[in-house]
Ligand binder design. Structure first.
Ligand code: S3P
Length: 172
């Protein structure tokens, strides 16, 4: 019987959690969920507007509520980079399944974020690189709480998905 637990991707902004999750879902026939997209759909505004309207703390409340509402099942779940910040979210992620930390080097993250068209409220303004460094340093111990650490280097999303599946022991 196939594993009924969800596979939950955590990691920094820009690491490719959404696209890697899409590839993992496609390769295994699983459903793909994306907590940022679900929040946008549920609350009816793009992420930067949600931050502006509610502030970070209330945005995190909505994120936690959404996570709590996800039912168990064999899905792939891509999360927002800050989901690791609240201890209760770890309880929910453990309830849902196996957490995987997509771990890319700092330089790769910065290059991807610089090239990305997605607006990220925590990285607005001058000194993006310093902000990424600060956030990464603060969050590393949290990301490393994941069940599996997947060192993706500068692999593209499809290759990262293959590596993540291998870490899970899943043959495709
Ligand atoms: C955030 C990451 C974003 C989004 C929000 C906050 C974070 O998602 O949830 O801007 O705190 O790291 P991505 O990781 O998909 O960029």
């Amino acid at each position: 019987m196939s594993d009924p637990r969800a596979w939950i991707l955590v990691g920094m902004m820009g690491v490719g959690k959404s696209t890697t999750g899409q590839h993992m879902a496609r390769l295994t026939g699983r459903e793909h969920l994306d907590t940022d997209r679900m929040l946008v759909r549920k609350l009816g505004r793009p992420i930067p507007q949600l931050f502006q309207l509610y502030g970070e703390s209330t945005f995190r409340d909505h994120e936690s509520t959404l996570l709590r509402e996800i039912e168990t099942g064999p899905r792939v779940i891509s999360t927002g980079g800050g989901i690791v910040l609240r201890e209760q979210n770890w309880d929910e992620m453990r309830r849902l399944g196996i957490t995987l930390y997509l771990d890319a080097p700092f330089d790769v993250l910065v290059a991807r974020l610089a090239a990305s068209r997605k607006r990220r409220p925590l990285l607005q303004g001058e000194g993006m690189e310093a902000k990424v460094e600060q956030i990464l340093e603060a969050r590393l111990p949290l990301y490393r709480q994941a069940d599996l650490i997947v060192p993706i280097g500068d692999l593209n999303a499809e290759a990262a998905a293959q590596l993540a599946l291998r870490a899970l022991g899943v043959e495709v």
